[in-house]
Each structure stands twice: as structure tokens, then as C-alpha cells.
Design a binder for this molecule. Structure first.
Ligand SMILES: [Ca+2]
Length: 309
């Protein structure tokens, strides 16, 4: 081996043996606004004293990044269990970490079992770019995790790459809309058209849509009118360092409809169109949003919901 090669080998060894930085987690809820419950908590990496994720990840060497990523998921499960999480737990995967499930999965399952965390409460978040690099390989890898009951979410959907074409090749259990699509959506027609198409595709494919990064009431109202029920963002709760923060639950359109529909049904009024308009007027909804009618499918579900509750 030449002297130059020995230096490289030594360097690699030193990086591999390097200690991983101290880290912990913040948890941010994903909220079901219709059921008024926490659907899941996403584990977000932080420093030991709540330093931002970028600072922690920036201090991890390239050679130890995947080892760190594996350790992080195991630690997140333990912390969530200790904090008493009863809902699902969303765990982020760094790009390429989903590969080699045969060596990664046992550790994950062992951690889940040790902390009494059923595997069907674990949701693996991967980014859109990761999926489209190689559909076939990705599907093969992810199906190993799915075979153990875990679910998969596509993170930051719409941030670029292939958009709806991705869903033709791979159907996740959940899809998280990128916050760039969400910011100020109530006043952005082209973005609204794109998001409506994504939401409709997800409804047809049986995929849960999560509007991520919602910060204002106007953003929430727009998605609520479109029938989206799963949300994450500062409007509901900020991430809580080593805690499971309780979210804010705004009053949703389905809740307004339900109460209005019940009143109307008791009066013998069986015309749903009048329920909607009456409720919208009572709620002070601007007339511009009245043009935003629910799909027949959503309405049928909500009508059924109103009659059975
Ligand atoms: Ca994420």
C-alpha cells in the first residue's frame, strides 16, 4: 500500500470511530381536525439542548451518517414511548437510509418491541426525490418494512421532481404536501389547482393527505373547504422539545355542517344544499368561498356522518 493510501485508510478509520454527537428529539403533532385527536407525532431531530437539526447533522461525519440515522430512529421510539405516545410515530429517513432493510429492520423492530410500540404505529417518512431515483428498488426495499406492518409517507411532496407521475408508480400510505405549496394558498389560484389535483388523486388512490407547514387560519380554512382533515404546522402546535405538545383544534367545516345538518334534519329539511348555505351564512363565511362546493363523495360521507352521529 502506498503512503497516500495509508493516509486515506487512517482517515476513514478515524471518522468511523468518531463519537456521534449528543442529540435528542422534538415532537410535533399531526392533527386530525375532524376527529379532534392527534393522528401522529413526528420525531424531529434536535441537539441535546434543543439545538436545530442542521447543527446536529452538520457535526455528523459522512461515514457515520447512516449509523447516526439508524441510532436516531431507535432513540426516537424509546423517547416517544417514555413520553406516553399512544398514536402513530413518524420517523424520518435520510436519503438512501431506506436501503438494506435486512440489516436495519431487526434493530427497528427490536426497539419497537422493547418499548411496547406496535409496528403498525410506525410511519417511515421518505422524500419524493428518494422514491423517483429508482422506483423498482425503492418499492422492493419499502415493501420489506410494510410486510412488518409499518407504513410509509412521502415527505415534502410537490417540492419538485416528478409530482403526480410518482403516484402512478408508487402509492404511499400518506402524502405530506410540501409547505411551499401551502404558504398563502388561499390567494394563489395556480397553486390551488395543483393541490386540488393532488388531493383528488390521493382520494382516488386511498392515500391520506397531510397539509404540512400550515401557519395561518386562512391556509387551514382553504384545506378544510377542500375536505383535507390531517394537518401539521405552527397553527396547531409548534414542536415540543422532549415533549408531546397538545395541539389547538380549530372548528372545522364538517363540524359546522354536522351541527347544521342535525338541526335541519330535525326540522324536516332534507335538502343538503340549504344546510351548507345556511351554515356558511351563520359562520360568516365570505361569499367567495361558497363557490367552493364539496365533491359529491365527500358530501355523501359527511351526510352519512351527520345522520349517524
Ligand atoms: Ca418529515
Amino acid at each position: 500500500m502506498n503512503p497516500q493510501g495509508e493516509v486515506i485508510e487512517l482517515g476513514r478509520h478515524v471518522r468511523t470511530a468518531a463519537k456521534l454527537p449528543a442529540f435528542s428529539f422534538a415532537f410535533q403533532p399531526i392533527v386530525d381536525t375532524v376527529a379532534c385527536r392527534v393522528h401522529a407525532y413526528e420525531a424531529l431531530i434536535r441537539g441535546a439542548c434543543n439545538e436545530p437539526a442542521s447543527q446536529v447533522l452538520g457535526s455528523v461525519g459522512v461515514d457515520t451518517l447512516h449509523r447516526f440515522d439508524d441510532d436516531a430512529r431507535v432513540k426516537a421510539i424509546g423517547l416517544a414511548a417514555r413520553l406516553g405516545a399512544r398514536c402513530s410515530l413518524n420517523l424520518n429517513f435520510l436519503p438512501r437510509s431506506i436501503e438494506d432493510p435486512d440489516s436495519r429492520l431487526p434493530e427497528l423492530l427490536e426497539a419497537a418491541a422493547m418499548h411496547g410500540f406496535e409496528s403498525n404505529r410506525i410511519v417511515l417518512e421518505v422524500t419524493e426525490g428518494e422514491v423517483i431515483d429508482n422506483y423498482k428498488c425503492f418499492a422492493d426495499h419499502i415493501n420489506v418494512y410494510r410486510s412488518k406492518g409499518m407504513r410509509v409517507a412521502i415527505d415534502d411532496f410537490g417540492a419538485g421532481y416528478s409530482g403526480l407521475n410518482l403516484l402512478a408508480n408508487f402509492q404511499p400510505d400518506e402524502l405530506k404536501l410540501d409547505m411551499q405549496l401551502i404558504r398563502g394558498i388561499e390567494g394563489h389560484g395556480p397553486r390551488q389547482a395543483i393541490v386540488r389535483a393532488i388531493v383528488q388523486a390521493c382520494v382516488d388512490l386511498g392515500i391520506d393527505v397531510i397539509a404540512e407547514g400550515v401557519e395561518t387560519e386562512d391556509e387551514f380554512r382553504w384545506f378544510d373547504d377542500e375536505g383535507v382533515t390531517l394537518f401539521q404546522g405552527y397553527y396547531f402546535a409548534r414542536p415540543g422539545f422532549e415533549s408531546l405538545p397538545a395541539p389547538y383544534y380549530p372548528c372545522t367545516r364538517p363540524q359546522r355542517w354536522r351541527s347544521c345538518a342535525l338541526r335541519s334534519l330535525r326540522r324536516g329539511d332534507d335538502n343538503p344544499a340549504t344546510w351548507l348555505c345556511e351554515e356558511d351564512r351563520q359562520a360568516g363565511v365570505p361569499s367567495s368561498t361558497l363557490a367552493c362546493k364539496p365533491s359529491r363523495r365527500h358530501f355523501a360521507l359527511r351526510l352519512h356522518d351527520a345522520q349517524t352521529n
